[in-house]
Design a protein around this ligand. Structure first.
Ligand SMILES: C[S@@+](CC[C@H](N)C(=O)[O-])C[C@H]1O[C@@H](n2cnc3c(N)ncnc32)[C@H](O)[C@@H]1O
Length: 273
């Protein structure tokens, strides 16, 4: 069983690296921002890590390991689209759907280590002062991004989560890694994002990894627009997750306000003009 899981993960990693490789191959023109993305992707594919990076990432992965097998039940209210076949109505997403699950099952929603490393490397290249994450879950990707900011010697991360029980757990996990540059904001994005944007006029980096609904994703992009600094970096997760998410990515990546976009099949990366 363990051997099967190991091989399955190896195959997934090869496929994901192929997606990353194919994505950056499409970047033809020489450009300093493309170079930064290329560099982040290459360092991720070849797992180029300093000893300090390795050590800090190990600490985060220990937390993932601790929760992956955790059968403790927990009630959560989910304001997202569920899974690609759920077809939740706008009203259901507005009110949220409360259900019982386990910490182990929740943890499966965290970005796998390869993709989380890419976020870490992108932050290392782009050096954002103010970073925003929509979708905290138990804080794994937040920890990667905030650790990268710590190692840059600058920057704070605001990470947003709708489910109260998960947000509180993320806070604990982030604190256990001594990351004092993170603020967890709890509530539905539709309610919390306007306030966060009012308090943070300029945003340099955004990772959108929650909701996974076509209209909501485009709406968040439009809400973010007036607050993005020149050459801000936007990372959209799960751009091939559903037909709706594919359309959302197509709309956003073709927007005239975007300088360049890269499709890595799982993630889409945009640099603003
Ligand atoms: C895929 S998980 C995030 C994983 C996390 N970024 C990581 O890689 O560690 C998405 C999270 O977004 C939250 N979420 C989805 N839709 C939301 C909404 N409309 N408002 C607030 N939170 C939402 C869910 O509760 C869930 O925990």
């Amino acid at each position: 069983m363990k051997i099967m899981k190991f091989f399955k993960n190896q195959v997934k990693n090869v496929l994901w690296k192929f997606w990353m490789f194919r994505g950056i191959k499409s970047l033809k023109k020489p450009d300093s921002y493309m170079d930064k993305i290329r560099c982040a992707v290459n360092e991720t594919i070849y797992n180029k890590l300093s000893l300090e990076e390795k050590d800090r990432i190990n600490g985060i992965e220990q937390i993932r390991k601790k929760f992956t097998q955790n059968p403790t039940p927990v009630d959560i209210t989910d304001f997202g689209a569920g899974n690609p076949d759920s077809k939740r109505s706008d009203d259901e997403m507005l009110k949220g759907i409360t259900h019982s699950t386990t910490y182990g099952a929740i943890c499966l929603g965290s970005k796998p280590s390869l993709w989380a490393l890419l976020l870490f490397k992108l932050i290392k290249e782009f050096q954002p002062q103010t970073a925003l994450e929509l979708g905290t879950c138990i804080g794994i990707s937040a920890a990667y991004q905030a650790t990268s900011q710590k190692m840059n010697g600058k920057g704070t991360l605001i990470t947003m989560e709708g489910a109260e029980s998960i947000a509180r757990l993320a806070e604990k996990n982030i604190a256990s890694l001594h990351l004092d540059n993170v603020k967890v904001v709890c509530g539905r994005f539709g309610d919390t994002l306007p306030k966060v944007l009012k308090e943070n006029q300029t945003i340099d980096y955004v990772f959108i990894d929650g909701h996974h609904d076509e209209n909501a994703t485009v709406d968040y992009y439009e809400m973010l627009l007036p607050h993005l600094s020149p050459r801000a970096l936007l990372v959209f997760d799960d751009i091939s997750w559903s037909e709706g998410m594919k359309r959302a990515w197509k709309k956003i990546s073709c927007d005239e306000k975007i300088l360049l976009s890269v499709d890595l099949t799982m993630l889409g990366i945009c640099v603003m003009k």
